[in-house]
Design a protein around this ligand. Structure first.
Ligand SMILES: NC(=O)c1ccc[n+]([C@@H]2O[C@H](COP(=O)([O-])OP(=O)(O)OC[C@H]3O[C@@H](n4cnc5c(N)ncnc54)[C@H](OP(=O)(O)O)[C@@H]3O)[C@@H](O)[C@H]2O)c1
Length: 278
């Protein structure tokens, strides 16, 4: 075990992209703080990483939709005297469905996890990194933050916030040793869509990126000093082309890509009067 190795913290490390960040950062020699809600899954990952490397791994479970738990996470870092040099602010989720049909609780969950928690973490950790004279922050947004997706409206808007925040902070921190970047991946086949209540459509599968390629691109982009990282050639091209299209067309295309086509069942095919007669 080395105490000289830098510490990175990955939020949402129990699954998908966050898990892959943890694996690749362990390979790069970072000591790791893993956080998410499911402690048993984090403990298993921590054991796996400790067995395959010489790094230290700390598991600090937290539900980041609670501002109190965000604060407890930060206090726990202080208590354990862990100075985070790299924050991967990755935990995130979206609920799929028409805005009008979403519950207040679903909307609050998306706003708290995708906006409030990363902002509070970034606010406190960036100051500590600045005082320490070094640090890096990679905020995970989404391609949906660049091209908002109907039925993921609140999620897309929350991910746009992350892009706007990092763009503005890059200027504020231009003379600071703290480096910031935002990662805007396209579709990935992780636990995200199951949590969102959404099937992977054929288009989404076709456009899917692997978490491994997204993490590699994200860490390389951060190292190169890029501020907005959009992995995958299709998404890069689309990002350029989209600038010349009306925004309404962009959202119409996104709506079609995520549209789930179900075979109609017998009840749906008959109209109400037919059903009464049957
Ligand atoms: N999958 C995609 O197509 C896609 C595309 C673009 C961007 N993204 C973004 O990529 C990031 C990672 O998502 P993913 O695709 O890897 O999905 P995922 O497999 O569902 O992982 C989400 C992670 O967030 C954690 N999380 C969820 N709610 C939480 C809460 N209340 N408090 C703390 N942690 C919480 C989950 O852990 P617990 O359940 O253990 O808490 C899990 O570790 C997200 O920010 C997402 O918006 C995903």
């Amino acid at each position: 075990m080395s105490t000289q190795q830098p510490w990175a913290m990955v939020t949402g490390a129990s699954s998908g992209l966050g898990r892959e960040f943890a694996v690749q950062l362990a390979q790069q020699g970072y000591n790791l703080v893993l956080t998410a809600r499911r402690q048993s899954v984090l403990d298993e990952l921590a054991t796996e990483l400790r067995n395959s490397s010489t790094i230290q791994v700390a598991v600090i479970p937290a539900d980041l939709t609670s501002a109190d738990q965000v604060q407890q996470l930060l206090s726990e870092l202080e208590r354990r005297q862990i100075n985070i040099e790299l924050l991967i602010s990755n935990a995130g989720m979206g609920h799929f469905g028409p805005f009008a049909e979403q519950t207040t609780e679903q909307i609050q969950e998306m706003l708290r996890l995708n906006i409030e928690a990363p902002t509070l973490l970034l606010h406190q950790l960036a100051q500590k990194m600045h005082a320490a004279g070094r640090g890096q922050i990679l905020q995970v947004s989404s391609y949906a933050g660049l091209q908002p997706i109907p039925r993921y409206s609140v999620y897309s808007a929350a991910k746009s916030y992350a892009i706007a925040l990092i763009q503005a902070l890059r200027y504020e921190y231009r003379k600071s040793p703290v480096k910031l970047a935002v990662l805007a991946p396209g579709f990935m086949q992780t636990g995200f869509h199951e949590a969102a209540g959404h099937e992977h459509t054929r288009w989404m599968k076709m456009l899917s990126l692997t978490p491994a390629s997204v993490v590699t691109a994200g860490l390389a982009g951060l190292k190169k000093g890029q501020w907005l990282i959009t992995p995958g050639w299709w998404y890069k091209i689309n990002n350029v082309v989209a600038r010349f299209l009306p925004r309404s067309l962009g959202s119409a295309i996104s709506a079609a890509v995520v549209k789930v086509k179900h075979k109609r069942n017998t009840t749906e095919q008959t109209n109400p009067s037919q059903r009464q007669a049957a």
